[in-house]
Design a protein around this ligand. Structure first.
Ligand SMILES: Cc1cc2nc3c(=O)[nH]c(=O)nc-3n(C[C@H](O)[C@H](O)[C@H](O)COP(=O)(O)OP(=O)(O)OC[C@H]3O[C@@H](n4cnc5c(N)ncnc54)[C@H](O)[C@@H]3O)c2cc1C
Ligand code: FES
Length: 284
């Protein structure tokens, strides 16, 4: 481990050197033993946010939420962590058109790897990022997104930065710029570079959306994209045990092209899925 640094808002940036970087793809994750002891036994999954192949390094960002991530904060540079990865199936990296990255809170992290992998000369990228408040977005963004020279707009639940409301408001505006919501979002202070979102003169067929965040947000994103006829990939989260497809502990429900509901493992078949295939309400 090369670096394990607090960014504020209980978010840490951790840089690892090892074999993972050679094959890691955006949207994949690493399954990390959070300390140098065997307790806790279960590893914790973290999305790969940065990949530096020449240096053999990957970066992850994690939020301290419980015992495992609290233990992880104690690991020091120079110590060795046991890491399984890269694991799972990641995002499609578009080669042309327009890409909207829709992030809820720490859902930004896997999208950073996708952002870095896209050829921004060939693909027009816009990041839509929602969070609780300005403090959180600045703590996390200062060291990442805000320095990447990317077009972005933000939304905060408490209205302290950007659009007051949900990131899905921004998405709706981006996909339907002629609506009132669209005008509102475009005139809202974004905290990033200004500019129209997806008003492509060629039409909208080339837009794709990639999203990561809380399940309710992803469901809303998928519904919004469904209405607009825009393809969407979503990165799902489930509690994980083995992390390699053996225990079925992370199963989610998806619908095949024929409409048949089937169980898939988030760790091995995902975590990235076609948003149109995910069954969001498994009780329905
Ligand atoms: C594929 C994948 C990628 C992830 N990427 C990241 C990342 O890049 N950065 C990051 O900070 N976190 C990420 N997570 C979530 C992270 O794995 C959990 O926050 C972590 O395992 C919590 O461990 P803990 O021992 O600190 O907390 P625990 O004591 O196990 O749990 C503390 C709290 O966190 C919740 N929690 C634990 N695991 C999850 C989970 N998988 N999904 C939702 N809530 C959970 C619990 O319900 C509980 O409320 C990812 C999860 C998955 C499945
Ligand atoms: S965590 Fe064991 S199959 Fe996914």
């Amino acid at each position: 481990m090369l670096e394990n640094r607090s960014l504020g808002s209980a978010i840490y940036r951790l840089v690892l050197k090892g074999a993972v970087a050679a094959t890691a793809r955006p949207g994949q994750f690493v399954h990390v033993q959070v300390g140098t002891a065997t307790d806790p036994l279960l590893r914790r999954p973290f999305s790969i946010a940065g990949i530096d192949r020449p240096k053999g390094e990957v970066t992850i960002y994690y939020r301290v939420t419980g015992r495992g991530t609290a233990l992880l904060t104690r690991v020091r540079a120079g110590e060795t962590l046991s890491v399984i990865g890269p694991v799972g199936k990641g995002f499609t990296v578009p080669a042309a058109g327009e890409l909207l990255l829709v992030a809820g809170g720490i859902g930004l992290f896997p999208l950073l790897a996708l952002l870095a992998a896209v050829d921004r000369l060939a693909v027009r990228v816009k990041v839509l990022w929602g969070g609780e408040n300005r403090r959180f977005l600045e703590d996390v963004g200062r060291a990442t997104l805000f320095q990447m020279g990317v077009d972005y707009a933000v939304a905060t639940v408490d209205g302290s930065m950007g659009h007051p409301g949900l990131v899905t408001d921004l998405l709706q505006a981006a996909l339907a710029p002629e609506t009132a919501a669209g005008q509102q979002a475009e005139s809202a202070p974004s905290g990033g570079q200004a500019g129209a979102l997806v008003k492509s003169p060629e039409g909208r067929t080339a837009i794709t959306v990639a999203a990561c965040g809380p399940k309710g947000m992803l469901q809303a994103v998928a519904a919004c994209c469904g209405r607009a006829g825009v393809p969407v990939e979503v990165s799902l989260e489930e509690r994980m045990a083995c992390g390699i497809g053996a225990c079925l502990g992370c199963a989610c429900l998806v619908r095949t092209a024929e409409g048949t509901p089937v169980r898939r493992r988030v760790c091995k078949d995902g975590p990235v899925f076609d948003g149109r295939e995910v069954v969001w309400d498994e009780t329905g």
